[in-house]
Ligand binder design. Structure first.
Ligand code: UVW
Length: 348
């Protein structure tokens, strides 16, 4: 499958089609590209015990919470979730945006189907159909894999009818609190509009150059919050035709990036695009989709948070020069879930 075919498949929402095409290529080759790439890559399985379910979140101990708290100066807060709007939102191909329906509202009283409660109180109720990854969300560690294992060395069979290993409720139970650092790569290295161009790769050098341009020292165990400017493109008032799920800018795989994130003990990567990384990547002449999901999530247990809304935080940081904050996020305890909507809060 070439790149154009991949993009066409994705545009008609056939993520399955992409996967099937790549699986075919894999079957021909015998070993997947991911297995070959990651052969002697760093791996954190077993590092935190045999039954570990939260991976690199283990780095977020009480000391990291206090390091985050030490960054709070003004008390200003920034919520990082995109709005959940019926039928409208940026989602990975194959998913739908949230669908929201009123189950009970004033119409029930007007039509005589409901009576006010004794005393006169009335109420509304609603239900939603949502992909748990259909808005700003945290991925469970077993959400994506390659080869015969998910994070921790468990069988991918553990995902059938619900994740019995590495589910998102484990991340919800733990919580995500620490020192967050905004890396506004869009502003530092993008165009005049402060956004990276579609198809841009963010490399390790870009991360370091952005930190330097912002005058911020990256520290071990920081929660890295990467702004590319992609998701705002989706929400532009005049729809920006440049937004496309398959060409969003994002991190690109390299062994030096994987090694650095591991050495820095990064617990959680947060980004304003669909997948933290660029979806379609060319590595050593091969086309690979979402390779960092394999290298970071499946192998290192680094938690990924996607579709973050970072505009107000980024504007504020550019104006006061403070790119560090207390980062907090509480994934929902969806037992056996592969992901969870989340509304992280940055406190400066
Ligand atoms: C996939 O990569 C399939 O999903 P997400 O980007 O939500 O992790």
């Amino acid at each position: 499958m070439n790149r154009i075919e991949l993009m066409q498949a994705a545009r008609v929402g056939t993520y399955m089609g992409i996967a099937a095409g790549l699986a075919l290529a894999t079957a021909v080759a015998g070993e997947s590209v991911m297995e070959r790439l990651q052969q002697d890559a760093p791996n954190n399985w077993g590092k935190w015990g045999d039954d570990d379910q939260v991976g690199a979140l283990n780095y977020l101990d009480a000391e990291q919470v206090l390091r985050g708290v030490a960054e709070v100066r003004s008390g200003r807060t920034f919520t990082l979730q995109v709005p959940m709007t019926h039928g409208h939102g940026p989602v990975f191909p194959g998913r739908t945006p949230p669908l929201h329906f009123m189950a009970h509202d004033q119409g029930m009283y007007l039509s005589g189907k409901s009576e006010p409660m004794p005393g006169g109180m009335k109420y509304s109720d609603d239900v939603a159909f949502i992909y748990l990854q259909g808005t700003t969300h945290v991925d469970a560690l077993a959400h994506t894999w390659y080869g015969d294992y998910v994070y921790g060395g468990e069988s991918p069979d553990s995902t059938i009818h619900g994740h019995v290993h590495g589910d998102v409720s484990a991340l919800g139970e733990y919580g995500i609190v620490g020192r967050g650092v905004l890396l506004d790569v869009g502003r530092a290295l993008g165009g005049e509009n402060g956004r990276l161009a579609p198809d841009s790769c963010v490399h390790l050098d870009d991360i370091k150059a952005t930190a330097e341009a912002q005058g911020v020292e990256l520290e071990k165990r920081d929660i890295l919050v990467l702004r590319t400017g992609s998701i705002p493109r989706f929400f532009d008032e005049d729809a920006d035709t440049a937004w496309d799920a398959m060409t969003e800018p994002g991190l690109c795989y390299s062994r030096e990036l994987v090694d650095w994130l591991d050495d820095m003990e990064i617990p959680n990567l947060v980004a304003d695009n669909l997948a933290v990384e660029k979806v379609i990547q060319e590595i050593d002449g091969e086309t690979v989709l979402i390779p960092l999901h394999g290298a970071l999530m499946r192998d290192l247990g680094i938690v990924l948070t996607e579709i973050a809304w970072l505009e107000e935080l980024a504007d504020d940081s550019a104006s006061d020069g403070q790119y560090t904050f207390l980062f907090t996020a509480a994934p929902l305890k969806m037992v056996e879930g592969s992901g969870s909507p989340v509304n992280p809060i940055a406190i400066k």
